[in-house]
Design a binder for this molecule. Sequence first.
Ligand code: BES
Ligand code: ZN
Length: 635
Amino acid sequence: MNLRSPLRAAAPALCAFLPAFLPSCRVGPEEVDTVPTPLRVEPHSYANLDKWKTRHLELDLAVDFGQRELEGFATLTIEAQRADAEPLLVLDTRALEILDVACATPAGEFAPGLFRLGRTDAILGTPLYVDLPRGVLRVRVHYRTSPGASGLQWLEPSQTAGGAQPFLFSQSQAIHARSWIPCQDSPAVRATYAAEVATPLGLRAVMSAEQLGFDETKQRWTFRMPQEIPSYLIAIAVGELEFRALGERSGVYAEPSVLERAASELVDTEAMIAAVERLYGPYRWGRYDLLVLPPSFPFGGMENPRLTFATPTILAGDKSLVALIAHELAHSWSGNLVTNASWNDFWLNEGFTVYLEQRIIEAVYGPERSAMETALGMRSLRETVASMTSTPEDTRLQLSLDGRDPDDGMTDIAYEKGAAFLRRLEELVGRQDFDRFLREWFDEHAFQSVNTATFEAFLDERLFRHRRARNGAVDVAAWIHGTGLPEDAPTPRSARLEELERAAASFAAGKLAASDLALDPSQALELLVFLRALPPRTDSTLLAALDQRFSLTSTGNNEILATWLELSIRAPYPPAAEALERFLTTQGRRKYLKPLYAALAETPEGLERARAIYAQAKPLYHGIARGTIEGLLGL
Ligand code: BES
Ligand code: ZN
């Protein structure tokens, strides 16, 4: 795509003619326009990726909990993508204070550079233009983050398990890396990185990288990521953390009081790694560690390479919620190794990952469990598709999120429709051939960023080419580019699953008493399948009977609790009111918050109550979760 717009061309010229001895040039935001959308290489980045690409990033950062800021240097080593690459580097930033920019040739010393910030866009942030004198291949930005950086959450000691030390964690996906690192914040760019992080005494820093060492006198931690990764996978956390090994190459970091519980919940991690390796080839990232975060973490998990970030809400005590670990681990192949080139291709990351997750669960826990988990996913997908009738274009696998927040793509479509499509392909050609095909997909695109068209071509070439008879059996274009859910979407069934769904229907119809339900309360997944199969508005007398039998209001399984509380809001079932408030004010996982606040907001009294709870809980929630909830509550 051609980037030479008159607007863009004008921007560098403003500085290019200033005397070279001026250390820097800061043109006010109003004076420099940004790159118009159609002229951008990638819809969610300002970077001129067709001219320059980052190959390596060095971070040198100090963590200041008092100011809630990171301050330091990001040094980018860049590579021209064409001989006539313009002498201008465009980086993404968001709410960063740029203190200085310096430029150097690979051999040379750093000299002050010319830079200016462009106009701020609500979704994309602010482009940083850096003039590149001839021969410059290294650019060093001295900067400071803002306390409200969208990609960082700073926690008070009271918001941690230990209660004594503060905590910091990042969440860069999709486009939040730019709020703590000036960079080409696009999944199409891959770079290695190295980092030095200075922390306050008594706190430990971890990153999505290999830990090289710790200098005690300087209180500095060093890291390096020798494999090329996209910016959304750069991650950091700082807090009172301890480590416990799970196996030879895996382990878990958590606050001391959580570590024991975390380690026993995650004992199957090594078995999961072995299961994926058997299917899709070697794990290529060295170690696989996990970090269990404080309850504010807005997601279930985040696949930061070498160090999955996970919510503590999965610690149920019975390993019933570890599919999340299978999921994040699977991203070490689908996503981290082979990466969506833009957020429009997000399904290549998440759909593949859900499919792999289901295969891991099947390999480690058996087909019955994976059938149940898959069925839950498909139920959710059908509900999602049904709720999206006014925005049918968002039910396509390949999206067009131009001009929108890429987080809008984080729906069941990318995840569950994507996985259903792969299951359909597997069903068509058989498991053996499909496994080989996927393995080749990962091997041949390892450490690359790819788009949907690349996958379609690979599918044609490698899966369909010698199977002309089968080719017509699945409408690939309908799956990828069509709306809704194709009728041939396969949902694995199992005898137990059907029993549970029948039981739910009979119970809801008043034909089966709670005491007669053949449900083993120690089988969390069965209870979950049963509860999810109940009508959303199940009568409160029925809920009371269930609560009596299974003590649902006091369950320690957060997945069950969230489902139960949603039913209790709609019934309504007042005895669960206190548990609801506790749940909403003690964890900030958006997946749990969203449906509960939405259910509350369905009635005027509920909305009022929701607003009161939110006012109390807000400091705990991450900005990403706040945004979602404020939207729901009209705040
Ligand atoms: N990579 C995602 C999380 C994500 C996606 C963060 C898009 C920001 C933007 C992660 O792998 C994920 O999918 N997490 C899920 C859990 C999973 C079991 C479906 C989550 O957090 O709910
Ligand atoms: Zn995922």
